[in-house]
Design a binder for this molecule. Structure first.
Ligand code: HEC
Length: 91
């Protein structure tokens, strides 16, 4: 069930923005959706891209106690993570 929810979120193309890097459109399925702001998922927009990339790379190394972000982060290369971080950080 949890996998299904995750897949649904990942497959939901969040927006018709111009050409997000691969994977970036999936982030807003959980992050920075106003209706879910109380769900303890930190917003990404407005954060420093380096901070987002650093957190993603740490998740990828298995640091911290993530619930889903470790699995998500492992699906991307470092270059992809940096491109996504720059995209989702844009105001
Ligand atoms: C399925 C929901 C979901 C999706 C999709 C998702 N995230 Fe997350 N994100 C979370 C949750 C929940 C956390 C809190 C850490 C945890 O439990 O894994 C988090 C934490 C983070 C953090 C750390 C923020 C902080 O303040 O510590 C970053 C950075 C992040 N996500 C980036 C991304 C990026 C980039 C994407 C798209 C590739 C993404 N997330 C997609 C749910 C999601």
């Amino acid at each position: 069930m949890r996998r299904l929810v995750l897949a649904a979120l990942l497959l939901n193309p969040a927006a018709a923005f111009a050409e997000p890097p691969p994977g970036a459109a999936s982030c807003s399925g959980c992050h920075a959706v106003p209706a879910r702001a109380e769900a303890a998922i930190p917003p990404l927009a407005g954060r420093a891209p380096e901070a987002i990339a650093a957190a993603m790379l740490a998740f990828r190394r298995g640091e911290g106690a993530p619930t889903v972000m470790d699995r998500i982060a492992r699906g991307f290369t470092e270059a992809e993570i940096r491109a996504i971080a720059a995209w989702v950080a844009a105001p």
